[in-house]
Every structure is written in structure tokens, then in C-alpha cells.
Design a protein around this ligand. Structure first.
Ligand SMILES: *Cc1c(COP(=O)(O)O)cnc(C)c1O
Length: 482
């Protein structure tokens, strides 16, 4: 077996640093996205398992030539797709150090474990969520954070109804019922299904035209379920939906949850950090009253993927859901909080906290708040530009930093206009100057632009709309030709 000498690593690390710096430095000058060309795709897909190893420098050259020219496009100031942010440079650097240390952040007395406690507290402080020791954990993303939070909610509801769900399972229990709007992210339904609650017990609460939960309808649904002998237990509200960035009326939902003794879970994956912008902070009133809040530092904060976070009001609900350490054996070091592996699904856990620490420490609270405010201001500006153009229309009010809009495609019947809007995202993407994705709102096709990158300028917004107009013209001409 061949050994890699240490000098080799240092030289390669310098090469790697240059490669990464060159990449990040040139992001804005390249196409936002380009299809992977046929030969390059074949080379990636069909790469044979190598029998012999290759030197690090050669591998870096291959990465530079075969991988880095074909990014998803996030990082570019005109990437407005989904909820995928540009990586924070401090976070990129931290990734290297974290993997060099390579701990399992399951528990014990090493830096990563203590740092995770600290950054979870920072995240809670950033979004104004009350935080007690142990009341949170980093996860792969909000999908996993949602599983943890809903599992805790399920455990509490079962206990109150006289069951121990960990020991007995759910089979003998009356159905537990959860509530969310149709705008809730699919991860809520996934968690409900995975936890054995059954998606038929996830009620779709109507939302108003602004996409926000109708609390009166929620109240009626809870009453009807109680009357039918079912056990309402959870409301999953949104602090920023993926489609339009709508924030549910959290205070009113929290009031109802308090009256009805329901667990309030808030999905703040994308939107929770919006509370840092004084202009829109009022929309989040009540978020701090949730029993659990799931959010994604790998979205608005720009922490390199992956990093989600589950915050809970009561740490013992989370630990009581996952710990297999009997209370009399619990490790009393570090304030008696025990191991992270007692608070979630993962045993061997990556050192996620270093990139969170670096990302937040580099910008500071004030820098992060300024970045967030810049994104929401850009979104409002884009909304104005859309409204100024008689051929464009907003598909939803701009609440946070997502702008959903349509091209009216004058001169084409509604059905064809819809077809054009459906085809628009890919047509815009292929042109390479801006990247936008699509969605369906109220049964109609729409584009949605998500602003997460503080490096985006107003000029970039103009380019986006010019690209949408140009792509619309191409598509409409195609349709007219039949
Ligand atoms: C991204 C997102 C999720 C899913 O989070 P992952 O980190 O992708 O697992 C859930 N809810 C909302 C609102 C999101 O934006």
C-alpha cells in the first residue's frame, strides 16, 4: 500500500485553496448555470472504480476540470432558484478544519460538542427564541429537524393521553391529529407518515389568498375532530413558506394552541431569520411561543450544506423522546446535558457547528441582520419592478424575500399563457444569465425568485426580468407558430 507523505498534503492544500478561491472569485463572471455537456456527464457517470490510486495534485486537477465547471449555480448573484444560498466564505474554510479534526459530535468532552451547544444558543438568540440548556440540536436540515420535533410532540401527546408511545407504539391509541395549510412544506407530511401518525390524520387547514393560515377554520377543524373522539395534538405553522414566503399568523395560532393544549411547531427553515429585519419582524410575532422551531442555517445564513437546527421549548421533551440512557446513568458532565445522540436520531454526528460558528462570527449579528434586510428590500424592489410592467403580475404579496410572479403573455389565451409560464423557468435557466424556478399557485403556473444573496444588486433584478421577457417572447413565438 502506498503512503501519502505529509509534504504532499501541504502542497496540495495550497493548490486546493487556490482552486477554491479562483472558483468563488469568478462565480459572478460565469454563466449562472449551464447544462453538463454530454462528454462531461458521461465521464462523471461512467467513472470506473480505480484499481490504483493517484496523487492528490492530480485529483485536484480533475476536480478543477471535470467537476467545478458544472455547478448548480447557487453562489451567483443572479441565482434565484428554490432556497439554495451562496456559501459563506468563512463557512467554506471551516469545513476544511472540521473535517481535519473529524470528530463524532455525539458527545463527550471535546471542542466540537461544546461549540454546538454555543451555536445552537446563538441561533436561538438570532431569531429570538427562548433557549434553555440542551433545548436544541443541529441536524442535516429542516426535514430531519421536523422529524425530531414532531416525535417529541407525539410523545407528549401520547403521555398526556395515558400512553407511552416509545414502549407501546401507536396501535392501541386513538388517532392523533395534526394541522397545517396546503402551503406547508412536504417535510411535515413526510414526518407525519414516518412517525406512524398517518397522513389522513394531517388536516389541510385552508389558507387565505395571501397563503396564510385561516385560524378560524383551524379552530373549527380542531373542534370537529374532538367531537369525533380524535385527539388533536399538533399545529405545524410556517414562518416563511417555500412558495411565497408567507408567514402564518403565529400569535393567533399560538393562542389557539395554548387554549387547546396543542403542540405548536413552526417551520422556519427558510424564513425564520427574516425576523432580523425590523421592517418585517412584526410578521413573526408569536414565533417565540412555539413548542418547537425548525430552521436551516444552510439557507438564509449561507452556512455550507448541510445544517439544519431543531429548537424546543422544553429540552426534556426531546431528550425524553430519544435517550436510551436511563436517568440514573446519565452523564452529569457538561451541566448534565448528556450526549447529543440522546436528543436525536444520529449517533455518529458531523462537526457542523464549526461552519455555523465561522459564518455567524465572521458577519456578526449586525452583519447578518443587514444581509437579511438587504434581501427583503431587494425582494420588495423586485415586486415593484414586476408591478410596474403591465405584462407582468405578482402571484402573491411579497412578505419576506420570495417573489412569486407571472408573465401575462398578452395575445395568448389563458391556457397557452399558463403553458408559457410553466416552460419559463427552464427557458430562462438555459439562457445562462439568471436562474429562476417555478411553482403552481391557486392552480396557475408562476415563477418564483428567492433572494438570499446579499451580493445581488438592483441591476441583477433588471437582468432577471429582461431574461424573463426575452424567454417569454421566444416561447410565445414558438406557440404562435404552433
Ligand atoms: C427547505 C425547506 C424545508 C426542508 O428543509 P431541508 O433542509 O431541505 O431538509 C422545509 N420547510 C421549508 C419552508 C423549507 O424552505
Amino acid at each position: 500500500m502506498s503512503e501519502t507523505p505529509r509534504e504532499d498534503f501541504r502542497a496540495a492544500a495550497h493548490t486546493a485553496a487556490d482552486l477554491v478561491a479562483d472558483y468563488l472569485g469568478a462565480v459572478a463572471d460565469r454563466p449562472v448555470w449551464q447544462p453538463v455537456d454530454e462528454a462531461a456527464r458521461e465521464r462523471l457517470l461512467g467513472a470506473p472504480l480505480p484499481a490504483a490510486g493517484r496523487p492528490l495534485e492530480e485529483l485536484l486537477a480533475a476536480v478543477g476540470e471535470q467537476v467545478m465547471p458544472y455547478p448548480m449555480g447557487n453562489g451567483h448573484p443572479r441565482f434565484f432558484g428554490w432556497v439554495n444560498s451562496a456559501p459563506a466564505p468563512a463557512g467554506v474554510l471551516a469545513t476544511l478544519a472540521a473535517s481535519a479534526m473529524n470528530p463524532s459530535s455525539a458527545g463527550g468532552d471535546h471542542a466540537d460538542v461544546h461549540l454546538e451547544r454555543a451555536v445552537v444558543r446563538w441561533i436561538a438568540e438570532l431569531v429570538g427564541f427562548p433557549h434553555g440548556p440542551g433545548a436544541g440540536i443541529l441536524t442535516s436540515g429542516t426535514s430531519m429537524a421536523t422529524v425530531l420535533c414532531l416525535a417529541a410532540a407525539r410523545g407528549r401527546a401520547a403521555r398526556r393521553a395515558g400512553w407511552d408511545v416509545r414502549e407501546d407504539g401507536l396501535a392501541a391509541m386513538p388517532p392523533l391529529v395534526a394541522y397545517a395549510t396546503g402551503e406547508a412544506h412536504s417535510c411535515v407530511r413526510k414526518a407525519v407518515e414516518l412517525l406512524g401518525l398517518g397522513s389522513r390524520n394531517l388536516r389541510t387547514v385552508p389558507a387565505g389568498p395571501d397563503g396564510r393560515m385561516d385560524v378560524a377554520a383551524l379552530r373549527r377543524a380542531v373542534a370537529a375532530d374532538r367531537a369525533a373522539g380524535l385527539v388533536p395534538f399538533l399545529v405545524a405553522a410556517s414562518a416563511g413558506t417555500v412558495n411565497t414566503g408567507a408567514v402564518d399568523p403565529l400569535d393567533a395560532v399560538a393562542d389557539l394552541c395554548a387554549e387547546e393544549e396543542l403542540w405548536l411547531h413552526v417551520d422556519g427553515a427558510y424564513g425564520a431569520f427574516g425576523v432580523l429585519d425590523p421592517e418585517i419582524a412584526h410578521r413573526y410575532a408569536g414565533m417565540e411561543r412555539a413548542d418547537s422551531l425548525a430552521l436551516d442555517p444552510h439557507k438564509w445564513l449561507g452556512v455550507p450544506v448541510d445544517c439544519g437546527c431543531a429548537l424546543v421549548r422544553d429540552a426534556s421533551e426531546l431528550r425524553g423522546t430519544f435517550s436510551l440512557v436511563p436517568p440514573y446513568l446519565r452523564d452529569e458532565e457538561a451541566g448534565g446535558l448528556g450526549w447529543f445522540s440522546e436528543y436525536g436520531m444520529e449517533q455518529t454526528r458531523p462537526f457542523r457547528s464549526l461552519k455555523v460558528w465561522a459564518t455567524i462570527a465572521h458577519r456578526g449579528r449586525d452583519g447578518i441582520a443587514a444581509d437579511v434586510a438587504r434581501c427583503t428590500a431587494l425582494a420588495r424592489r423586485l415586486g415593484e419592478l414586476v408591478e410596474k410592467d403591465p405584462e407582468l403580475e405578482l402571484a402573491a404579496p411579497v412578505e419576506t424575500s420570495i417573489v412569486a410572479f407571472r408573465h401575462r403573455v398578452p395575445g395568448l389565451p389563458e391556457e397557452d399563457a399558463d403553458a408559457v409560464n410553466r416552460a419559463l423557468p427552464l427557458a430562462v435557466q438555459r439562457r445562462g444569465r439568471a436562474f429562476v424556478t417555478g411553482t403552481v399557485l391557486g392552480g396557475r403556473e408562476a415563477l418564483r425568485a428567492c433572494l438570499l444573496n446579499a451580493a445581488t444588486t438592483e441591476e441583477d433584478l433588471e437582468v432577471l426580468l429582461d431574461e424573463v421577457r426575452a424567454a417569454t417572447a421566444e416561447l410565445a413565438a414558438g406557440l404562435r407558430r404552433g
